[in-house]
Design a protein around this ligand. Structure first.
Ligand code: PCA
Length: 321
């Protein structure tokens, strides 16, 4: 009898602690700091919820390709995903705010920009049945080149790697030919001689071991693109209230931790490029002026195409410091 009662109690306990498993897709490598941060987030959630929610991470485009992730989460084909925020611009142009060149030049700027952008993004996501958990920037975007670059004339007719609409437009404005290459295929594209230059973080250069072909890195700190971690709202709402709070709390911590990881990775990566023989330099005065002018033109076009929401970020960003 005693044994039966114990068994029944065990069954009740098992039912009330039914485990939910979320699949979380990301387009970046398992070793990348964004993914390590995700692993920590998943571990925190599992521990806080005492195993009620387990988040299974599928890195490196293995479950869905980077470009498909937000749609897959929206359609519930994965419960959660991490993508680069600029992948959302087709549906919410304001997601491109962090890729407008020369707006945010420091981590503190990037933080202020995200604080202003966040409510707008959350609102657009909510209309699509999605919820933002947290966002973390990539280190600042610098210019890599196989040959020295003195001015914008050096890009004419050359092939520039792109990863979002903003980098495509920049390549066009520089007179280069844009070539879309996923982050995890940069090394391959360089090795097969398909690229002359690219704008991305020093970290992405390190992860792709670009030193075989790339010999120059100019720290132009052009912008801080962010990755965003999304969850399907229905999947979130299906969790017990306590678990929802644990997820939200772990997300706050993941965001804080991710920004710190990004900043320390930024410095380490530039040093690593240098150790591998890449010449790290500042842009020439001429290139610097040209890039700033390009940035202004890009900003004007961007504000014009996005409209009101762009102003609602940029006006406080520039005037309410
Ligand atoms: N790395 C990613 C996005 C921004 C970055 O620094 C990439 O190059 O695709």
């Amino acid at each position: 009898m005693k044994c039966l009662v114990a068994l029944a109690a065990l069954a009740v306990a098992t039912v009330s602690h039914a485990q939910t498993v979320w699949k979380l897709a990301t387009g970046y490598r398992a070793e990348s700091f964004h993914t390590r941060n995700l692993q920590q987030f998943a571990a925190d959630v599992e521990r806080a919820s005492q195993g009620e929610l387990r988040i299974e991470i599928h890195p490196n485009n293995s479950l869905f390709k980077l470009a498909e992730i937000s749609q897959a989460v929206q359609q519930g084909r994965a419960q959660a995903g991490e993508t680069i925020m600029t992948n959302l611009v087709g549906e919410m142009p304001i997601a491109g705010a962090d890729a407008v060149p020369f707006v945010a030049r420091t981590y503190a700027d990037a933080r202020r920009l995200w604080d202003l952008q966040r409510p707008l993004i959350e609102n657009h996501l909510a209309q699509r049945g999605l919820k933002a958990l947290y966002a973390v920037p990539w280190p600042p975007q610098g210019l890599f080149s196989t040959e020295p670059v003195k001015s914008s004339a050096d890009f004419k007719g050359k092939r520039m790697r792109t990863y979002n609409p903003a980098t495509v437009r920049i390549a066009e404005l520089l007179g280069a030919t844009p070539l879309d290459v996923p982050m995890v295929e940069v090394n391959q594209a360089l090795s097969s001689g398909r690229l002359d230059s690219m704008i991305t973080s020093a970290l992405t250069g390190v992860e792709n071991q670009v030193w075989g072909q790339i010999h120059f890195y100019y720290s132009v700190n052009a912008w801080f693109p962010k990755n965003i971690v999304l969850v399907n709202q229905k999947a979130y709402d299906a969790l017990p209230v306590a678990v929802r709070q644990q997820v939200a709390q772990a997300a706050v911590e993941a965001e804080r931790r991710g920004w710190t990881m990004s900043e320390s990775t930024a410095q380490e990566s530039v040093a690593e490029l240098q150790r591998k023989g890449i010449k790290v330099d500042r842009p020439t005065a001429e290139l610097d002026t040209e890039l700033k002018r390009l940035g202004e033109r890009f900003s004007r076009e961007w504000v014009h195409s996005v409209g009101n929401e762009a102003n609602s970020i940029f006006i406080p960003y520039y005037f309410q410091r």
